[in-house]
Design a binder for this molecule. Structure first.
Ligand code: PLP
Length: 465
């Protein structure tokens, strides 16, 4: 029930008060009447009004707290209202709020330098975009320009964004309604041990067979027609699929052999999610282009970009790069990015991600795979994990059908409702729930949140056969 004033206490012990009933009613009314939402049938949704956030927690207007295990689309790596990021944006706004991209600017240059310093050797330049989709869009444009070829190979079970080329690269059902927008995409199967397309029984076999399949795809498509291969270093929304040893280095070799540009999409895993600056650092591989967004500044001001190998950058030394965006390298976004580097280094964020991931998340999730009949497989690294839910461990039949909606998705809906009731905001997709909290989550919060998910999984267990 609504109260006249809801109160919530943030992690510093400060108490905030909100005029709950009236404020919430107004937020809901404006949203229903005027906001057109992403990926939704507008009449079938009922978005939760959020009143405030702090660290890993956000509050609704009734004062209910949710521990965020989704990081707001795996974006909010430093959590809500991180004081250094807020201050950096405020300071920059007071100094120079915006400037066009063709002018040299201090924070834009500083952030590009900081990114180049942590990128693999031989990647010195950064092209800034407004987010992840356009980063991929521009990476493909660069690859097409330097190779003079058009096709791009991308994986089934991938997400690369929702602008024209990015949605065409995407290999999950989100692309279906937009198929053919950019008809230069050819899809292939990546490694996925739990549901292997190659009937492999070991990771080594899965890696080798997936590479053979990719090479055959390249040969049958015509190597001279393929500009790029784009791969999420760890597949994100399609299941936190960790590439088996040797797979990404094998992709690198194929790209070298056939003169193809290797684009690593690190929009979700870049900037700390795996306990590394860039995901490729964990897999011993250097791509030609790395796309990033989200974690670069926790989305406080929209920002994305492409880190460019020296070889590709050099191809544009005398040939103009035909592309640009008004807000490319926006000073407010870059100021938040520079502050992100400071916080990561000062607070040892990469180290704590590795520690919390291996010491707390991994053993807890592995135990769930033993204790819950609905948990088919758990997999992940750092603070990026998936729990794949099944109706039967034996048959591995997913807990809900592929791409289920409405009543078919009820078991996942019931699981998510139980998690929310326990105070955790989960990230669910098809038959999976992901564990991807802000990287600043405290150990207590993490343990408490995992206990809530553990309890909610008993609801999923009820749907097993
Ligand atoms: N690439 C990956 C791997 C993503 O996860 C996403 C978004 O979730 C995107 C690209 C698109 O990013 P944006 O929503 O910023 O356009």
């Amino acid at each position: 029930t609504l109260t006249d004033t809801a109160q919530f206490t943030d992690r510093h012990g400060a108490v905030h008060t909100l005029p709950a009933a009236e404020a919430e009613a107004q937020v809901r009314a404006d949203d229903r009447a005027h906001v057109f939402h992403s990926w939704s049938a507008q009449g079938l949704i009922d978005p939760v009004p959020v009143a405030a956030g702090e660290g890993s927690t956000f509050w609704d207007y009734e004062g209910n707290a949710y521990l965020d295990f989704s990081s707001q689309l795996v974006n909010l790596n430093l959590g809500h209202q991180q004081p250094d990021l807020v201050a950096a944006i405020q300071q920059q706004a007071g100094r120079l709020a915006t400037i066009q991209p063709s002018i040299a600017n201090d924070v834009r240059g500083e952030l590009a330098r900081l990114i180049a310093e942590v990128a693999p050797d031989g990647m010195e330049k950064v092209f800034f975009t407004n987010g992840g989709a356009d980063a991929n869009e521009y990476a493909v444009r660069m690859a097409r320009t330097v190779t003079g070829r058009r096709k791009v190979l991308s994986m089934y079970r991938s997400y690369h964004g929702s602008t024209a080329t990015a949605i065409s690269l995407t290999g999950d059902p989100r692309r279906w309604a937009n198929d053919g927008v950019d008809n230069g995409t050819v899809r292939f199967f990546g490694p996925y041990m739990y549901r292997s397309a190659f009937h492999s029984s070991t990771l080594a076999e899965e890696s080798q067979r997936a590479l053979e399949h990719l090479e055959q795809t390249i040969q049958l498509e015509g190597p001279n027609t393929i500009a790029a291969i784009i791969i999420e270093t760890v597949v994100g929304t399609n299941g936190v699929l960790i590439p088996p040893p040797g797979y990404l280095p094998g992709v690198r070799e194929l790209c070298d052999r056939y003169g193809i540009v290797y684009i690593a999409d690190e929009v979700m895993v870049g900037f700390g999610r795996l306990g590394e600056w860039f995901g490729v650092d964990a897999f011993d591989v250097t791509p030609d282009l790395i796309t990033f967004a989200k974690g670069v500044n926790s989305g406080y001001v929209p920002l994305g970009g492409v880190v460019i190998s020296d070889r590709i950058a050099a191809a544009f030394d005398t040939v103009p790069f035909a592309g640009g965006l008004t807000y490319s390298g926006h000073p407010l976004a870059c100021a938040a990015g520079v502050a992100t580097f400071e916080v990561f280094r000062r607070d040892g964020i990469l180290e704590r991600v590795r520690d919390l991931g291996s010491r707390i998340v991994e053993p807890t999730l592995r135990a769930w795979a033993e204790t819950h009949p609905s948990v088919g497989e758990v997999r992940g690294q750092g603070l990026f994990w998936a729990v794949e839910l099944v109706r039967s461990k034996e048959t591995r039949e997913p807990l809900v059908p592929f791409n289920a909606g409405g009543a078919d998705a009820a078991p996942m809906g019931a699981f998510a409702a139980a998690a929310k009731k326990g105070g955790v905001w989960p990230f669910t997709h098809f038959n999976r729930t992901h564990v991807a909290p802000p990287l600043v989550i405290t150990e207590d919060e993490l343990v408490r949140g995992l206990a809530v998910i553990d309890e909610a999984l008993t609801v999923a267990d009820g749907y097993t056969v």
